[in-house]
Structures are given as C-alpha cells and as structure tokens.
Design a protein around this ligand. Structure first.
Ligand code: DGT
Length: 230
C-alpha cells in the first residue's frame, strides 16, 4: 500500500526512480530459492535474476560445475573465477524495475563456496589467495548495492532429500557432509555474524516446510521483503 500511495502522489516513474530495492535470496543448495523467486516473479514491477547455473554447466562447451564436483582441487578455482564473473555481471546490470530479486550473490560465492573449498583442504592456498585478491578488488572498486538478504534457513538433511529427488547429474556426488559444511558457513555468516561482513539486514525464513507452507510464508512476508529499502 505504501508503494501504491507514493506511486499516486509522486507519479509512478518518479517514485520508481527514488525507491529501488535489491534483494538477495540466500540459502543452501536445494533450499528452495528457485521456488521463492518464481513466486515473487508473478508480482508486477519485480525483476528476478536466477543463478547463472546453465552458464556454469556450459561455457564454450565446457562444464566447470561438473568438473569441480569431480575434482575440486583441480577445478575449484576455475569454477569460482567463472562464478565470480557471472555474479558480478548480474550485480551491475542496470535495473529496469523498482525491485530486483537475485538468487545468491558474489558474496556467498566467496564467503560460502570458495571458503568451503579452501577450508576443507580442496583449494590450494595460492588459488584461494588469487581468488581473494580478485574478490577484494571487486568489492572495493565496484558498487554492489543490496537492501535486504532473505535467508532460507533449512536443515542440511532436508536439502539432501530434495537434492536426491531432483537428480541433477553433476550433483549426484554431493554427500550430506558437504551440505552440512555449506549450512554451517551460512549460519556463521548470516545468523551468528561470526565470520564475514554482512552487507545488508537479514530476514530469516524457515524453509524446511512443504511447498504450501512456504508459499504461505512468502505471502506473509511480502511487504517486509518488497519494501526493504523504502
Ligand atoms: P534451489 O532453488 O534452492 O534448489 O537452488 P538451485 O539448486 O537451483 O541452485 P543452487 O544454489 O543449489 O546452485 C546450483 C549448483 O551450483 C549447486 O550444485 C551448487 C552450485 N554452486 C552455486 N554457487 C556455487 C559456488 O559459488 N561455488 C561452487 N563450488 N558451487 C556453487
């Protein structure tokens, strides 16, 4: 309603120029980010950017995502460099609507996935150092605005069940322990504030529930999510 009132007072175009929301949807693998994005994509004036997974599975005929799962020590840096590039590309796209919702971010690529590869001994120190220098340069020199982080909080077990059901080829090798590590890194970052800078307020949505309950929760939180900045 607030947005509608301002639309009518200021005129839609002017208000849309004043008020722009950038929301990141964060969460473990198979936590339900796509469902959340699909749900909000039905709202007018929202632009939804899903993760560029198809690019990670096919860059000029190569599949860095698949290679990383098969041999993380050899291909971890390759994938993370490409993830960093494709995420940055999304972050800097000019906004065409007042609200942009994006699946994950360049931050979680680094703070969760690259960190996990390094901490589990699968990324050599030199690879991690080079990736980190790139990342630090990017966030220092390029504006990556964000108003709200929506964290879909799941148990690793739930993600594991969902992962088995969806049967993506590359992901068949993922053990429960991998999802537990990703989960712990997310919790330390977004809940306990123990590890890295959190660039925006965090809205936590419990996401172990079935689809019906999840959609209900999204509806309940609609205003909070979409009015993050205004
Ligand atoms: P959803 O809707 O919550 O089920 O999300 P998905 O499964 O569509 O997308 P997600 O986030 O699980 O990512 C797709 C695949 O890409 C998954 O196997 C995890 C992997 N992935 C995403 N970002 C990174 C990254 O920065 N590094 C690495 N190593 N893997 C990543």
């Amino acid at each position: 309603p607030f947005r509608e009132v301002m639309n009518s007072l200021l005129g839609r175009r002017e208000w849309n120029m004043v008020c722009r929301d950038r929301i990141w949807i964060e969460g473990n693998i198979a936590s339900g980010k796509t469902t959340c994005l699909e749900y909000f994509s039905k709202t007018s004036d929202i632009e939804v950017l899903t993760e560029p997974v198809s690019k990670w599975r096919n860059v000029q005929g190569c599949n860095p995502l698949g290679l990383m799962y098969q041999d993380p020590s050899r291909w971890g840096l390759t994938l993370q460099t490409y993830v960093q590039l494709t995420m940055l590309d999304r972050h800097v796209l000019p906004m065409s609507t007042p609200v942009r919702m994006m699946e994950r971010s360049i931050y979680s690529a680094k703070y969760i996935f690259a960190e996990n590869l390094y901490k589990s001994g699968k990324m050599p120190e030199v690879d991690f150092a080079v990736l980190s220098e790139w990342f630090e340069w990017i966030i220092k020199n390029i504006a990556i605005p964000v108003d709200l982080i929506v964290y879909l909080q799941t148990s690793p077990q739930t993600c594991y069940e969902r992962l088995k059901q969806r049967c993506r080829d590359e992901e068949k090798v993922i053990p429960l322990e991998y999802l537990e590590s990703i989960h712990n890194l997310y919790e330390d970052w977004l809940i306990h504030h123990k590890s890295f800078e959190v660039p925006a307020p965090v809205l936590v949505i419990p996401a172990d529930h079935d689809l019906k309950k999840m959609l209900h929760q999204y509806e309940e939180n609609r205003e909070k999510i979409l009015m993050a900045h205004c």
